[in-house]
Design a binder for this molecule. Structure first.
Ligand SMILES: Nc1ncnc2c1ncn2[C@@H]1O[C@H](COP(=O)(O)OP(=O)(O)OP(=O)(O)O)[C@@H](O)[C@H]1O
Length: 305
C-alpha cells in the first residue's frame, strides 16, 4: 500500500523552476531515500509533502489525505525532523519532549525515547548547552515522539561522529522494524546505501532515477577496476588480451586493470596460468556516487546552477 503518492509535482520560486514534474510513491514500512546535491529540490519536495509549502502543480496524497487541506488530521500521524530546527536555548531536554508529546493524541512515552536515543543523562540539561550530536538526536526523538506512521528525517546524521552515525543508522532500522515508514532526505551516499530500501535520485528539480540502491549501482555502465601488486615480472600483454579487459595501466607498483562484465575472474585465471603471484588484490566496485555521475554527467558535489 502506498503511504505517499506524489504525481507531477511542480514548484516555482518567482521565475526559478525548482521542481518540474516530480512523481513517486512511498510504500508502507519502507525507508525511502531522497538523494541529490545541494539545491536539487529535495527539501522543497519534502516540505510540499509535509504540507509546509504549497505546490504550483501536481497532486500529493499522504495516508490518503491532501497535506494542505488535511493538514490537521495528518499532523497527528506524521513526524517531522526539520532541517534547521531550533528550540529555545533555555528549554530543558525533557521539557522539549514533553511539549512535543502534548501536540499528539497518543504520543510515545518520551522517557523511553530518552533511553533509546542516549539522552537519558541529559534529561535536565538545557537545549543550548547540548553538543551538535546531542541536538541532532533530540530532533530525531522529537520527530518520533508522536508515534507517527510516517517520519520525515532531513539530513539525519549531520554533525554526528562516525560511531554516532552508525548507532543512529541502527536505531532508524529499528524504527522501520516497528512499522514506521521513513522518508530520508540525504546527500550522504553511504547512508542511503546502508538504510534505504529505495531511493529517488534528484537532479535539478527532477527525479533522474528511482530504484533500490543496489539496482542503481549495478545499472552503471562504466568500467570496473581491479588493482593488485604483482610479485613477479608481468608483461601487460598477458592481460590486455583477456576477455572483458579494456585497459591495463600502472600506478606505482600497482597494476590497474579496467574492464567490464566478468573480467575479474578471467584476469585472476590468466595470472594463475602464468604463475604470477599477486598481493593487495582488490576490485573497486561501483558506488552510488558512480551511479549519480552516470545518470547526470556531473559529480555529486557540484552545486546546482
Ligand atoms: N523560499 C525560497 N525562495 C526562493 N528560492 C528558494 C526558496 N527555497 C529554496 N529555494 C531555492 O530552490 C532551489 C531548491 O532548494 P531546496 O532547498 O529544495 O534544495 P535541496 O535539494 O533540499 O538542497 P539542500 O541539500 O541544500 O537543502 C535552490 O536553488 C534554492 O536556493
Amino acid at each position: 500500500m502506498a503511504v505517499i503518492e506524489v504525481a507531477d509535482l511542480s514548484k516555482r520560486y518567482g521565475k526559478l523552476h525548482v521542481l518540474n514534474g516530480v512523481s513517486f510513491s512511498v510504500e508502507q514500512g519502507e525507508i525511502f531515500g531522497i538523494l541529490g546535491p545541494n539545491g536539487a529540490g529535495k527539501t522543497t519536495t519534502v516540505e510540499c509533502v509535509e504540507g509546509l509549502r504549497r505546490p504550483d502543480g501536481g497532486s500529493i496524497r499522504v495516508l490518503g489525505l491532501d497535506p494542505v487541506r488535511g493538514g490537521r488530521e495528518l499532523s497527528h500521524q506524521v513526524g517531522v525532523q526539520l532541517q534547521q530546527s531550533l528550540l529555545p536555548e533555555n528549554l530543558k531536554v525533557w521539557e522539549a519532549l514533553d511539549l512535543y508529546a502534548s501536540f499528539y493524541d497518543s504520543p510515545k512515552d518520551w522517557r523511553e525515547l530518552l533511553e533509546e536515543w542516549g539522552l537519558a543523562d541529559k534529561r535536565n540539561v538545557r537545549f543550548g548547552t547540548l553538543s551538535g550530536g546531542q541536538k541532532q538526536r533530540l530532533f530525531i526523538a522529537l520527530a518520533l515522539v508522536g508515534d507517527p506512521k510516517v517520519a520525515f528525517l532531513d539530513e539525519l546524521t549531520t554533525g554526528l561522529d562516525p560511531a554516532a552515525r552508525r548507532a543512529t543508522w541502527e536505531l532508524i532500522k529499528q524504527v522501520r522494524a516497528a512499522g514506521v515508514t521513513v522518508v530520508l532526505v540525504s546527500h550522504y551516499m553511504d547512508e542511503v546505501e546502508e538504510l534505504c530500501d529505495r531511493v529517488a535520485v534528484f537532479d535539478r528539480g527532477r527525479i533522474v532515477a528511482l530504484d533500490t540502491p543496489s539496482n542503481l549501482v549495478s545499472a552503471v555502465d562504466a568500467d570496473q577496476h581491479l588493482r593488485f601488486r604483482p610479485l613477479a615480472p608481468l608483461d601487460d600483454a598477458v592481460l590486455t588480451g583477456v576477455p572483458g579487459v579494456v585497459s591495463v595501466t600502472r600506478s606505482g607498483d600497482q597494476v590497474v586493470v579496467a574492464g567490464r562484465g566478468d573480467f575479474a575472474g578471467a584476469v585472476t585465471s590468466a595470472l594463475a596460468r602464468e604463475r604470477i603471484p599477486v598481493a593487495e588484490l582488490r576490485i573497486e566496485r561501483h558506488t552510488l556516487e558512480d551511479a549519480f555521475v552516470a545518470l547526470t554527467g556531473r559529480t555529486f558535489d557540484s552545486e546546482e546552477s
